[in-house]
Design a protein around this ligand. Structure first.
Ligand SMILES: [Zn+2]
Length: 275
């Protein structure tokens, strides 16, 4: 599970460790991982010898700001993790990218779903990266007032379940955080965004911050193991109140959690206390 809080946790953990480090000995297992370059050697050439000045994040993308006005952009995909390793560590079968630092240590992208991606762009051209120009809110980075938020809800006139999955509105929530935020706000995902009272808008606004910051504080939510026992209700831990918890009791009102269809997918919600 790699959504906004998980990417932010990785950024925070790596930030101090990689700052000032210079890349060498870069290796990418599959050309698909660097598909925005013509080939792997072109990517190696762009990254080799570059020094990391800082590590930023925008939505789900990690941005390694490099010297020479370049930026290494890393998408972790659905389940990827970037980790610091020792220079002589070869990595496992899921390691898609490795690079050493001239002063020791290495950086690995471990990506079991093989849908992560890396590319280097001139920093001045970052705004042309499609994922960076959706206009969506980054709730862990942007300041936006509840008043501006309310106006946007009125303009959009979309079901809340759709809106919270829309990257042009808000970045990187995915199904899990969209469902958890709506439960926390006590709102049905089927409600159209322009029908909310000002009190409900405030509840939704607050729930977005509370759920995301709490997830960061907890170090993100781990993906359950694929062979995990399906009856094990602690799969996701106590933090997750509704997502994939069909049939369990809502911790707020004791009524059952249900799976609900909406135009564009399905969501998990309490059958009683989200209205
Ligand atoms: Zn409930």
């Amino acid at each position: 599970m790699t959504y906004l809080p998980e990417v932010e946790v990785i950024r925070k953990e790596l930030e101090k460790e990689v700052q000032g480090k210079r890349f060498k000995d870069i290796n990418v297992k599959s050309a698909n991982a660097v598909a925005r370059h013509r080939n792997r050697p072109e990517f190696y050439k762009a990254l080799d010898g570059r020094k990391i000045e800082s590590l930023a994040r925008r939505g789900l993308l990690l941005l390694f700001e490099l010297d020479e006005d370049q930026t290494l952009v890393v998408s972790l995909g659905s389940r990827g993790v970037l980790s610091r390793e020792t220079a002589n560590s070869e990595g496992g079968p899921d390691t898609q990218f490795t690079a050493s630092f001239t002063t020791g240590g290495a950086l690995h992208l471990i990506d079991p779903a093989k849908d992560g991606e890396l590319f280097v762009v001139p920093t001045a051209e970052l705004e042309t990266v499609p994922e960076l120009s959706t206009g969506g809110i980054d709730a862990l980075a942007d300041t936006f007032t509840w008043h501006a938020f309310a106006q946007e809800l009125v303009l959009r006139q979309q079901p809340l379940a759709v809106l919270l999955r829309d990257e042009t509105f808000i970045l990187g929530l995915g199904d899990l955080y969209a469902d958890e935020i709506l439960w926390s706000a006590g709102l049905s995902g089927l409600r159209s965004s322009h029908t909310l009272t000002s009190q409900e808008v405030r509840r939704l606004y607050r729930a977005i911050f509370e759920v995301l910051y709490e997830a960061v504080k907890q170090g993100g939510i781990d993906q359950p193991e694929e062979d995990a026992d399906e009856d094990d209700d602690t799969e996701y831990g106590e933090f997750v109140k509704v997502y994939e918890r069909v049939g369990e009791q809502c911790v707020r009102c004791r009524r059952p959690i249900v799976e609900v269809e909406f135009d564009g997918g399905t969501m998990f919600a309490c059958s009683a206390c989200q209205t």
